[in-house]
Design a protein around this ligand. Structure first.
Ligand SMILES: Nc1ncnc2c1ncn2[C@@H]1O[C@H](COP(=O)(O)OP(=O)(O)OP(=O)(O)O)[C@@H](O)[C@H]1O
Length: 459
């Protein structure tokens, strides 16, 4: 019979117990160590790591209080927080043993024991150690993932009074559990603000799950958000947790909430009211503990008046509201943002740090930035890639003139068809903040043919 690969320590002041346990367990497990004196536990554990420890509850003669057992249990957990400890106890001490489990023991076994039962208890509890290790491993991976995710979003920049006010609200609201509604045009930084609230909250070590409601179809809404059981529908090949469940103890960010149909608004409201989800294909309610942050670029209050958005849902999500002004209303932030993105992109493309002169900044301040900060970010990235010089000039940003005052349209001077096409493509891409899919749609092209034209014109 092959032995189970496990290292077990038995601590008991009764030599007979140690001997009997050792002889029996040696037949089933690789390494068995025994110790008569609990005082030696710290020294032993300094050099060895055990998969499981069997620990007597009372050491001194006639002792029955279990105090010693608790003392040594605490010591063991202090040395190895993942330790799996099984108390060895007499019939009269069951209540104490149960107390021991509350204090951190994994299980208990009664003396004199039945060998089969001892074996079954040890085998079952060895898995506990394995599970604890797996959980620790997942937790540390989660930390790395969270840090990585945050890095992709970067810091919140903005010295304009409007942004300073937003930042002060973020700081205040982060300390609470209040639901937050962030309103603002596309690309104004709604998700970045939501992440900043999460990062400054007591949930910062848990996950931040972002759900783009505009991208989830009516049919997928429930399975994506609430999860499903294997077989609940044709493609449900395995049980799956929904985003709410996955975000448990963390934050859920529901982006584009204004895009939800009336029917789905009711389903969402019911989950928010009950704080429970039911996976598709089951009846079991799963409690969820999430911080809710919603965002939209749609006029929710007007939609309520037009019966397009439920008033009760609005009141549930808007405990605190943050309004992000468009970039054209906080021009003071442009210089700082450009410098911020220059550092990021020069590093990304392994170039010496490029600079920008005041004339270029003034020119950027004149642009209306319909795609807001995302558009500015893409414009800086493009300028970093394409500009030959170390100091960026207005022309490096390919800004269209028509939006910036309306007096002159550079296309008026262009009679060459190729040049006109180039200008038009540049403008539409700028208008959509660099979003190729949207630009292609507006131009009536497929993404592939837009890419071909971008290449042809060297855009
Ligand atoms: N104040 C800011 N400081 C630095 N970077 C910012 C700031 N605001 C936005 N950004 C950057 O601009 C980009 C767009 O921001 P974000 O995705 O948060 O906008 P959004 O309002 O959620 O957009 P959408 O409405 O399209 O979902 C991101 O890369 C973000 O890091």
């Amino acid at each position: 019979m092959s032995k189970i690969d496990a290292k077990i320590l038995i601590v008991d002041d009764d030599q007979d117990v140690l001997l009997a346990a050792r002889l029996f367990l040696k037949q089933h497990f690789n390494i068995i160590h025994t110790e008569k004196n609990p005082e030696n536990i710290p020294a032993i554990m300094k050099n060895e790591s055990y998969d499981l420890i069997l620990l007597d509850m009372n050491f001194s003669r006639d002792a029955t209080s279990g105090k010693e057992g608790f003392h040594w249990l605490n010591k063991i957990i202090e040395i190895d927080p993942l330790a799996v400890v099984i108390f060895i106890t007499g019939y009269g001490d069951i209540e104490l043993a149960v107390q021991g489990i509350k204090e951190g023991a994994t299980n208990f076994i009664l003396k004199p024991w039945d060998n089969k039962k001892l074996l079954a208890t040890i085998t079952a509890n060895l898995k506990v150690r394995h599970n604890k290790e797996e959980i620790e491993d997942l937790k540390s991976k989660q930390k790395v993932l969270i840090a990585n995710q945050d890095q992709a979003y970067g810091n919140l920049i903005g010295q304009s009074p409007a942004m300073q006010k937003v930042m002060a609200t973020v700081e205040k609201v982060a300390k609470t559990e209040a639901n937050v509604l962030i309103l603002g045009e596309n690309g104004t930084g709604k998700e970045l603000i939501a992440r900043a609230i999460h990062k400054a909250s007591s949930r910062r070590d848990e996950v931040f799950i972002s759900v783009d409601l505009g991208a989830i179809s009516e049919t997928l809404f429930e399975s994506e958000l609430f999860g499903f059981k294997k077989g609940a529908f044709t493609d449900a090949k395995e049980d799956r947790a929904g985003r709410f469940e996955a975000a448990n103890k963390g934050t859920v960010f529901l982006d584009e909430i204004g895009n939800l149909s009336f029917n789905l608004q009711s389903k969402l409201l019911s989950v928010l009211q009950n704080r429970k989800v039911v996976r598709l294909g089951t009846n079991r309610e799963i409690p969820i503990d999430v911080r809710l942050i919603c965002a939209t670029n749609m006029p929710l209050y007007q939609m309520v008046n037009e019966n397009k958005f439920r008033q009760d849902l609005l009141y549930r999500i808007n405990t605190v509201e943050i309004l992000l002004p468009p970039l054209r209303e906080r021009l003071e932030d442009i210089q700082q943002l450009v410098e911020h993105f220059l550092v990021i992109y020069c590093k990304k493309y392994k170039m010496p740090l490029k600079r920008i002169n005041p004339t270029t900044i003034r020119r950027l301040e004149k642009h209306s930035w319909p795609g807001n900060i995302r558009e500015l970010q893409h414009a800086v990235e493009r300028a970093v890639i394409l500009s030959e010089s170390n100091i960026l000039q207005p022309q490096d940003f390919f800004l269209s003139q028509i939006e910036d005052g309306g007096q002159s349209d550079e296309s008026d001077d262009i009679t060459n068809l190729e040049e006109r096409e180039k200008l038009l493509i540049r403008r539409v891409i700028d208008k959509h903040g660099g979003n190729i899919s949207k630009a292609a749609k507006e131009l009536g092209l497929t993404r592939a043919s837009l890419y071909r034209r971008i290449e042809k014109h060297g855009l």
